[in-house]
Design a protein. Structure first.
Length: 225
C-alpha cells in the first residue's frame, strides 16, 4: 500500500449546512456504542495556513494531511485522527493553553498585555501575542509529527513514546524556525500530564523530548544559513 493511503483511508464526514465536522469513534468494549462527535468548523485564519506550511516543509511531511480548524475540541485538546490523516486544532484549545501558561507560570504587570516570567532569573517580560504565536507553532508541529510517524511507518512501544516523538518533531520545527525555546518549554511544562491516568508524558519528559528536537533543529538552521 502506498504510504499516503495508509495515512488516510477514510473520509471525514462534513455537515456542510451547519458547517460541522462529524467524527465517529468506534465502540469500546463489547457493550459500547460508537460515539459520534461534532465539531464546529471555522474558516482557517492566515496564521494557521502559514504555520502549517512551515511545519510541513521542515518535517518533510509529503502525504496530504487534512487539517481542520474548529471552534473547540471540547476538552480533548488538539489531536490527530489515525486512519483519516486528519489533524483537528481548536481555536479555544490554543487559548486555553495560553491562559494556563499565563496563570500558572507568569505574573501580570501593569501593562495589560505583558507578563513577567516568574520562574526565570533574571525575570523577563513576555507578551501574550508572542506566547500565543509560539503555542500555535508548537501545537501544529506536534500534530504533524504524528502524521510524519505514520507516513514513515514508525512503530512505537507505547502511546507515550509516540507522543514524545511528536514533541521531538515540535522541537525540530521550533529550533529550525528559531523561536524562543524558553517560551516553548513553558508550554510543554504546562501541557505535560501529571497524575495516575496519563495518556501523555510528564512535563519533564515532554520538555526533554522537545529540547532534543530543538537543538537538532538549531544545528540545521546554522547549516542552511
Ligand atoms: Zn500527540
Amino acid at each position: 500500500m502506498h504510504s499516503c493511503l495508509r495515512c488516510s483511508q477514510g473520509r471525514p464526514q462534513i455537515d456542510r449546512r451547519r458547517g460541522r465536522l462529524i467524527l465517529t469513534e468506534p465502540a469500546r468494549g463489547p457493550l459500547g456504542f460508537p460515539r459520534v462527535k461534532a465539531y464546529q468548523l471555522l474558516r482557517a485564519p492566515a496564521w494557521f495556513n502559514r504555520l502549517t506550511s512551515v511545519a510541513r516543509t521542515i518535517l518533510g511531511v509529503h502525504c496530504p494531511v487534512r487539517i481542520a480548524f474548529v471552534r473547540s475540541t471540547c476538552g480533548a485538546g488538539p489531536f490527530y485522527v489515525l486512519g483519516l490523516g486528519l489533524v483537528i486544532i481548536g481555536h479555544d484549545d490554543i487559548e486555553q493553553i495560553v491562559n494556563r501558561i499565563m496563570t500558572t507560570r507568569l505574573r501580570p504587570v501593569s501593562d495589560v498585555e505583558a507578563y513577567i516570567m516568574a520562574m526565570m532569573e533574571p525575570a523577563r517580560l513576555v507578551r501574550r501575542n508572542e506566547l500565543r504565536e509560539i503555542v500555535r507553532l508548537c501545537v501544529i508541529a506536534h500534530e504533524l509529527g504524528h502524521a510524519l510517524a505514520l507516513e514513515n511507518e514508525l512503530v512505537f512501544t507505547s502511546r507515550l513514546a509516540s507522543e514524545l516523538f511528536a514533541d521531538y518533531c515540535s522541537g525540530l520545527v521550533a529550533g529550525t524556525v528559531g523561536v524562543d525555546p524558553e517560551l516553548c518549554q513553558l508550554m510543554f511544562e504546562a501541557i505535560g500530564c501529571v497524575g495516575a491516568f496519563c495518556t501523555h508524558p510528564s512535563p519533564a519528559r515532554r520538555v526533554r523530548a522537545f529540547l532534543r528536537g530543538y537543538s537538532e533543529g538549531s544545528e540545521f538552521k546554522v547549516l542552511t544559513a
